[in-house]
Unconditional design. Structure first.
Length: 340
């Protein structure tokens, strides 16, 4: 069986989790890595048994390697656009960590190029490939909760405080150099976490109608730090004047990862929308019950396997429920309006 050869640009924490996902799948291999940090490069090389000749200090060199089928871009948000363009120029298939770009202008340029050059492009919302989400789609398609009416979806954690040895919370000093709090690096909670509930709302809306005639972003509430990035943000999205979605993202509050989808005959609640840990769906309506969904240990394994299958099938875009370039454009349009 042919395997898809993957390369990774940028070897931070998310790349480590992603790389660990290869051990559970049969249609892909982590073949090559690239980092400007020698220590990270050597650690990855050792931990994932990458051949010396496939380890690069130069991002350009990994893109030039003809043995690599697809590049996973795991760099800070602000660098995504530059290296997406470099991959397109090098005719390399792309999986870029979310958010694909930090503004609408960038993603519009990317869309034009990937469609013109027929380059495979996907944005890394790993939760979309989890069996839990496939089950949610089936439940909705089977009209278990009836016609969809509304949705609430959140992603938030308090990273601004820490507990001392007595259990009391104490405010942490904001590290202005951290990408999370640096506007120039694409920081802020909307881009970092808010992109999840927005993308999920688009997925659920597609089960009502794939055609979106209008989107309203209302009741925007945002709190900013003195570094100029948002840390606690909320909004309502209304699709086609019908489907109402309340979204929230926070670095300040433990909002959790819960999503509630309401129909006219019941509702379903996903306990952990983004990581599936636990992969549990609670359904209430004519009958009340819970579903536990089996999944691989590493959520990225599902993403790698799904994207690799698309490539082996010679698709230029991820299959449903993956994020196409059109989905990504719509997602960033909403994020842009929410943020600004």
């Amino acid at each position: 069986m042919r395997k898809v050869n993957w390369g990774i640009i940028g070897l931070g924490n998310i790349a480590l989790k992603f790389a660990s996902g290869f051990k559970d799948i049969n249609n892909a291999t982590l073949k090559s890595i690239s980092s400007k940090n020698d220590e990270k490069l050597n650690t990855f090389k050792k931990d994932f048994k990458i051949e010396d000749s496939f380890c690069y200090n130069s991002y350009e060199e990994i893109i030039k390697n003809k043995d690599i089928d697809i590049i996973y871009i795991a760099l800070p948000h602000s660098l995504h656009y530059e290296w997406i363009l470099k991959c397109i120029e090098g005719n390399k298939k792309i999986l870029v960590e979310k958010p694909a770009t930090i503004n609408l202008q960038q993603i519009e340029k990317v869309k034009d190029l990937v469609l013109e050059k027929k380059i495979f492009f996907a944005e890394g919302f790993m939760y979309r490939y989890h069996p839990q989400i496939i089950k949610v789609i089936d439940i909705i398609k089977n009209s278990t909760i009836g016609n969809l009416v509304s949705m609430k979806s959140y992603f938030g954690m308090n990273i601004l405080e820490k507990k001392n040895i007595f259990g009391f919370r104490k405010k942490k000093n904001i590290n202005k150099k951290s990408r999370l709090f640096n506007k120039d690096l694409g920081g802020g909670v909307i881009l970092d976490l808010g992109c999840y509930p927005v993308s999920f709302s688009l997925l659920i809306q597609s089960l009502i109608s794939k055609k979106i005639d209008n989107i309203q972003i209302l009741n925007k509430k945002k709190e900013f730090t003195d570094t100029g990035v948002d840390i606690d943000s909320y909004a309502d999205i209304i699709f086609n004047d019908k489907f109402i979605v309340n979204i929230g993202a926070s670095f300040k509050k433990n909002l959790g990862k819960k999503t509630e989808i309401v129909g006219d005959r019941g509702k379903l609640i996903i306990e952990d929308s983004w990581h599936g840990n636990p992969a549990k769906i609670n359904i209430s309506g004519e009958n009340n019950y819970s579903l536990h969904v089996d999944a691989k240990e590493n959520i990225f394994s599902h993403e790698i396997e799904f994207i690799s299958e698309c490539i082996l099938e010679k698709n230029n875009s991820p299959k449903y429920p993956g994020m196409t370039i059109h989905d990504t454009l719509q997602n960033i349009k909403i994020l842009d309006e929410w943020l600004n």
